[in-house]
Design a protein around this ligand. Structure first.
Ligand code: P5A
Length: 444
């Protein structure tokens, strides 16, 4: 019997159906690789099941988003996917949303819907518990599935109908405080994307059906992006995480925001060549992975969300909302990081840390060495995918490159005889030989 492990899996009893050939329905590289690596499966147009490897990545992204939102002072809640139409009638968006909203009738003939976003619901929840300025500011977020009945769902989970979003909502007494809330999210987003191993550039944006007068889209550059973007090359030389800047430093955050807003970046909808005169401009394509809004009293007003200020006046809350496309990011990261052989995961979101390849499972000495390395790396807290399948070396190497783990360790009969293993770095392609005894130490 094999020893039980904590964070790792044996491929021989895992569920990761891989494919050599590109599926014809997939137009872009992330969609192709996600299907070929057995990460997702389409169940209806624009609706996907997440298979174990895909889910591991999705959960890692969600955890990074969660940790940094918590650090910024936001608090996690969980609202339902199904909402009543009533609040949407009050805000006026029930009709505005049109066919993108999936409308459902329950057995009592009540109008329900699968939420495309949660501004109305969170405003209603918040107002039922908060009546005084002393209970402000607050920022509440959740990570929950959304549904938008897109006319043309495409590119796999990049433009799905059902997708996972992190959506945060801020509540403040006035515009100045709300701007501070916006600045906090602005910094939090830079830090989130940096931790995810991608660079996302904020661009002034249209506010669409969410509304409001201040808004930024966060865009990851990738050749297959849906929109054309124009960005000052300074973006690629700037550290945007503002190391050392604390979320309670209101003035520091405001200055940081001003500094970043001063560096040119715009999507084609908004770009004007005359605004970018003298700028060393890079033209590229981009994927929108986040979108933040300040919309003042757009929802608090119709929904009657007010608090009393220190003089006893009823004040309508100032709000913003802040979205990140958690499931879209899985594809976005692949678009930004891959080669002809497959995905190249940034370490922070890789489904496993290390792939361990056993070249000959009929060889007792190979098995023994692999088992030992597997168990010790797992015990050291590493997540290992151990390829102990009865397959040829070619398939094992191809699959390992395809799923894109940062490190590959290969054990074969010849190496075992000489006490040597092969280590490969997926990103650089660099290979090195090292003593079998030092593999665990080197990788933990
Ligand atoms: C902000 C949070 C909102 O919905 N309300 C709550 C605001 N903004 S948004 O721009 O419409 O969406 C936020 C992010 O969700 C991702 N996204 C999608 N991902 C996959 N498939 C889709 N069809 C889809 N639509 C939106 C994007 O990353 C977007 O920035």
């Amino acid at each position: 019997m094999n020893k039980p492990v904590k964070n790792s899996v044996r491929l021989s009893n895992y569920f990761m159906p891989t494919y050599k050939d590109n599926p014809k329905e997939a137009e872009i590289v992330s969609h192709r690789y996600m299907l070929r690596a057995g990460m997702i499966q389409q169940t209806s147009a624009g609706i996907y099941a997440w298979l174990p490897t895909g889910l591991r990545v999705l959960n890692k992204i969600a955890d990074i988003v969660r940790a940094e939102q918590n650090a910024s002072g936001a608090h996690e809640v969980l609202m339902p996917t199904i909402q009543s139409a009533d609040l949407w009638r009050q805000s006026g968006r029930y009709d505005d949303y049109g066919k993108e909203m999936l409308r459902i009738t329950d057995r009592g003939d009540r109008d329900m819907l699968y939420g495309p976003t949660n501004e109305e619901m969170i405003t209603d929840i918040f107002k039922s518990h908060v009546g005084s300025y002393k209970q402000l500011p607050r920022n509440l977020y959740h990570i929950q599935w959304k549904f938008r009945d897109e006319v043309r769902p495409r590119f796999g989970i990049m433009r799905g109908r059902e997708f996972l979003m992190k959506d945060a909502y801020s509540f403040d007494l006035n515009k100045e405080d709300a701007q501070y809330a916006y600045h906090k999210m602005f910094l939090s987003y830079f830090r989130i994307f940096a931790k995810l191993g991608v660079q996302a550039i904020p661009m002034k944006a249209d506010t669409g059906p969410i509304g409001g007068d201040m808004s930024h889209e966060f865009i990851v550059l990738a050749d297959t992006g849906e929109s054309e973007v124009f960005a000052d090359k300074k973006w690629f030389k700037t550290d945007m995480t503002a190391k050392g800047l604390e979320y309670n430093d209101r003035e520091g955050l405001s200055n940081f925001y001003k500094e970043m807003s001063g560096i040119y970046a715009a999507t084609d909808e908004i770009h004007k060549p005359e605004d970018a005169e003298g700028v060393d401009l890079k033209t590229a394509r981009g994927i929108e992975v986040g979108h933040i809004f300040y919309f003042g009293t757009k929802y608090s007003e119709p929904l009657g969300a007010t608090v009393q200020d220190n003089e006893g006046n009823q004040i309508t809350l100032h709000m913003g909302s802040y979205g990140i496309g958690v499931s879209r990011l899985v594809g976005g990261i692949i678009e930004a990081s891959h080669d002809d052989n497959g995905i190249i995961w940034p370490e922070s979101v890789s489904p496993f840390d290390i792939g361990l390849i056993n070249l000959k499972i009929s060889d007792d000495s190979c098995n023994e060495v692999c088992e030992k390395i597997f168990n010790e790396l797992d015990a050291a807290g590493k997540e290992v995918l151990y390829d102990d399948r009865d397959e040829g070396a070619g398939k094992k190497f191809n699959d390992m490159d395809l799923i894109g783990l940062p490190w590959q360790v290969t054990i074969g009969p010849k190496g075992v005889k000489n006490g040597m293993a092969e280590l490969k770095n997926r990103k650089t392609g660099e290979k090195s030989e090292l003593p079998i005894d030092s593999v665990v130490e080197k990788l933990s």
